[in-house]
Design a protein around this ligand. Structure first.
Ligand code: ADP
Length: 370
């Protein structure tokens, strides 16, 4: 079993409900094994910041907060992240990395668990390559990490958005309107796809699948003529702008102009990212947090936790990052070098699985949501 004096935990990039449950699980599991735990405040910026600060009390309060069991009491139910988050471009530089490694050495931080998305995992890989074994936990409401079926925060954001869209439907029904509603997703249509089905939206536009706008407009017009009053059209963030206008705003204007239905644009925005995490997110976060520490104790690192076939598992970070690029058609020359044929076949199969799942659900929404 690997020996660690102290494990650092940080949350970085976009926050997600359930991060606190993961922080608690990592801390409690490490403490139970006699390992000290430190919360690195503000993501990688906190780690680097400690290099430039001389006052140990200031470091303790604002950068490297020692965590005991009671420090993580009562946070399993809370959204956001008690460790705060940030984006830290300096961490990508050689100088920034050297500062981070020095802080780890000076403060006996022997390993790091990093909560976030793909940018955060790139940072975790760099740390591992510089001698600080690190494990990533996928936390993002967008569910846009290809290596896992579920990210922490996705389920909470879905439930938040679902209840908000249900409320929009009440007012849409009263005024016989079509409320075109944009949902976050960072270019990934997962949230919108699930919400489109679950809220019974009449139209659904996501970046992954061509949107038949003419068909949608016809459908809205015909539905109103047949007596339907309230309608919801869901638009995923990441759809291309139209003459400088948000896609959803342009669509609402077009619906109003070309049909008998009055249409308005709504944007749910960051509100779906807050609030108490759902049971599912708490459970996944807890399982992943415990397992991340177990992996470190087994001497493993440079892995990202994942849910595959309903089981908590872990995937090599480099594999996960390249898989992500493959899925998002962002591969560059040389990205596939160093992977075995078996790994490449695994990546392709994973992309096909995910594409097929999208297509299946989209087709289903087409038939059902009228
Ligand atoms: P997310 O983790 O949600 O994808 P970002 O992409 O903003 O969010 O990344 C979070 C942070 O991770 C960045 O601010 C930076 O500190 C670090 N990071 C991102 N990309 C890299 C990289 N290529 N190398 C090292 N660190 C990185």
């Amino acid at each position: 079993m690997a020996k660690f004096r102290k494990i650092g935990i940080l949350s970085s990039g976009g926050d997600a409900p359930g991060m606190n449950a993961a922080i608690r699980a990592v801390a409690r599991r490490a403490l139970s094994q006699g390992i000290e735990v430190v919360g690195i405040l503000g993501g990688y910026a906190g780690l680097i910041g400690a290099a430039d600060e001389a006052n140990p009390e200031h470091i303790k309060r604002h950068m490297l907060r020692p965590l005991d069991s009671s420090s993580v009491s009562n946070i399993v139910t809370r959204g956001g992240t008690i460790l705060y988050s940030s984006r830290c471009p300096e961490f990508k530089t050689q100088e920034g990395m050297e500062k981070a490694i020095k802080v780890c050495h000076d403060h006996q931080i022997d390993a790091i668990v990093a909560l976030g998305g793909d940018g955060t995992f790139r940072g975790a890989t760099d740390l591992t390559n510089h001698g600080i074994p690190s494990i990533g936990i996928p936390c993002t409401i967008d569910n846009d990490i290809t290596a896992t079926d579920q990210t922490i925060g996705f389920d909470t954001a879905l439930n938040n958005a679902c209840s908000m869209i249900d409320k929009l439907r009440d007012t849409a029904e009263s005024h016989a309107r079509c409320l075109v509603t944009e949902v976050m997703g960072n270019g990934c249509g997962y949230l919108s796809l699930y919400l489109g089905i679950a809220t019974g939206s009449i139209a659904l536009a996501i970046p992954e699948i061509p949107f038949d706008k003419e068909y949608a407009i016809q459908k809205i017009d015909q539905a109103r003529k047949a007596g339907k009053r309230g309608m919801i059209a869901i638009i995923s963030e990441g759809m291309p702008k139209v003459n400088g206008m948000e896609y959803g705003e342009a669509l609402a204007k077009e619906i109003s102009a070309r049909t008998i239905v009055d249409s308005r644009f709504n944007k749910l925005g960051h509100i779906i990212r807050g609030g108490d995490p759902t049971l599912r997110d708490r459970l996944t976060a807890t399982q992943m947090g415990v397992e991340a520490v177990n992996l470190l104790l087994e001497g493993k690192s440079n892995m990202v936790m994942a849910i595959l076939e309903n089981r908590v598992t872990a995937v090599d970070i480099n594999f996960a990052l390249v898989l992500d690029k493959m899925y998002k058609n962002k591969l560059k020359d040389g990205d596939l070098e160093g992977f075995t044929d078996y790994q490449l076949a695994q990546m392709r199969a994973r992309c096909e699985y995910r594409n097929a799942k999208f297509k299946r659900l989209y087709d289903l929404s087409y038939d059902i949501c009228i």
